[in-house]
Design a protein around this ligand. Sequence first.
Ligand SMILES: [Zn+2]
Length: 168
Amino acid sequence: MTYVEIRESEGRGLGVFALRVFASHERIRVVNIDREVTDEQPLGQEDNPDHAFLSDGRLLLVGEPDRYLNHSCDPNAYLWYRGAEIDLIARRSIEVGEEITVDYLINNPGGDSWECTCGTERCRGKTGVSFFDLPLDIQREYYPLLAPWFLSHHTSRLAQLRGTTSSD
Ligand SMILES: [Zn+2]
């Protein structure tokens, strides 16, 4: 049973909305991964590249409803990599009817920058292309949310954050 639904999100296409209250740190659901994109099974005509994301060097095509998770610069959820599975976890308590959002820059090794219109007080405007483009204080805040594969691929760049995080 999933307690989210896909609905129109004002001004930005479809989004994922909560059908019940989620407590902070509660698992909302396990992300639906359609399949891995490989040379043998590349993205097809009907596949949207925006619905595929990089995970530990692999490209995963995400299914419904999770492919409709919109970005926010102050998201109420995040993705938690757990072995082969990915959990969607509440970053703070979420009300019924609230749109569930994630920050696309977390675990992002580099991609597109875009002009964000999330409307939160923390909106960064031009997003930057990777996790390392985030303001340092935001990088520190997100550090505990990073995936094991992202941490191991960027050990030296993250060393500074790790030092400041452990002394907090
Ligand atoms: Zn924003």
